[in-house]
Design a protein around this ligand. Structure first.
Ligand SMILES: Nc1ncnc2c1ncn2[C@@H]1O[C@H](COP(=O)(O)OP(=O)(O)OP(=O)(O)O)[C@@H](O)[C@H]1O
Length: 261
């Protein structure tokens, strides 16, 4: 029987930062998998290596960061063999990312409409008029009310929660199957946080998206994730489905994180 490869498969990833003669290993032998329509949490304290793992996958590591070894497969594509140009294209079409601070992720001097419409034109062969219609649809899908009105607004004129929904709309425009969400709700207040989490849960089914959700918040993990990887000092120390992990954590660090909640 032929089985589909996982949407994302990271095997034995090691990533370091080299400064002068020093080498800091930020990610050590990390293996993770994400399947379509699955929400997989990568959880750990600040500095545990979550973002460096995400940036390694996305091909967005800034120097002096380098991947030392390991494999990263996106479906049938070996990302470690891709050129930066190929990775840039994949980031627009197959994988997308949303970050913690949506206000900063958007261009402050361009209207919301322009940013979504430009992204659509970049990815699809459509006229500006058609792109506008698609932008409105996409914004509606991301839970934004009055999208026509929103198109003319600038990021500073809308709330943080709305900015994050705009980022989700931009991420979905490409039809990417993998969404990496790096602490996407940390900068938002609790009510808005809950709305965005609900939105992410909805889009994984509606858009067939697999989500790698990076967080330090185990409450969010319990609410949203199917599967969890716990990261400490660059390593995965425990992994399992969310129910098992919360009912019987094995590693002392997982227990410690739970006690901190
Ligand atoms: N630009 C850099 N130069 C040198 N070392 C770095 C750099 N960026 C990250 N690191 C190293 O990688 C480690 C992991 O950082 P990372 O940002 O992945 O942690 P994190 O788990 O995402 O934490 P946070 O939740 O605070 O973002 C850091 O502790 C640091 O040692």
């Amino acid at each position: 029987m032929r089985t589909e490869p996982p949407l994302l498969k990271v095997s034995h990833l090691c990533t370091s930062f080299h400064t002068g003669s020093e080498q800091v290993r930020a990610v050590e032998d990390v293996s993770i998998e994400v399947n379509s329509r699955q929400i997989v949490a990568l959880v750990g304290e600040s500095g545990s290596g979550k973002s460096v793992t995400a940036m390694s996958i996305l091909g967005l590591l800034d120097p002096p960061g380098t991947i030392d070894s390991g494999e990263i497969w996106l479906g049938g594509t070996n990302l470690r063999e891709c050129t930066s140009r190929q990775l840039r294209k994949l980031r627009g079409t197959e994988m997308a990312v949303i970050f913690q601070d949506p206000m900063n992720a958007l261009n402050p001097v361009l209207s919301i409409g322009r940013q979504i419409i430009e992204t659509i034109i970049l990815h699809r062969r459509v006229s500006r008029q058609e792109a506008r219609v698609l932008a409105i649809q996409q914004m509606q899908q991301a839970g934004l009310a009055n999208p026509e009105q929103l198109l003319g607004k600038y990021p500073f004129q809308i709330s943080g929660g709305m900015c994050q929904r705009v980022m989700i709309a931009i991420a979905l425009v490409s039809g990417a199957g993998l969404l990496i969400a790096d602490e996407p709700t940390t900068a938002l207040d609790v009510t808005i946080q809950a709305q965005i989490l609900k939105e992410l849960d909805r889009i994984r089914w509606a858009n067939d998206v697999g989500i790698l959700f990076i967080t330090h918040d185990l409450g969010v993990v319990a609410e949203l994730a199917d599967y969890v990887y716990v990261m400490k000092s660059g390593r995965i120390v425990e992994s399992g489905n969310v129910f098992d992990m919360f009912s019987s954590p094995v590693h002392p660090y997982t227990k410690y994180l739970m006690d901190c909640r």
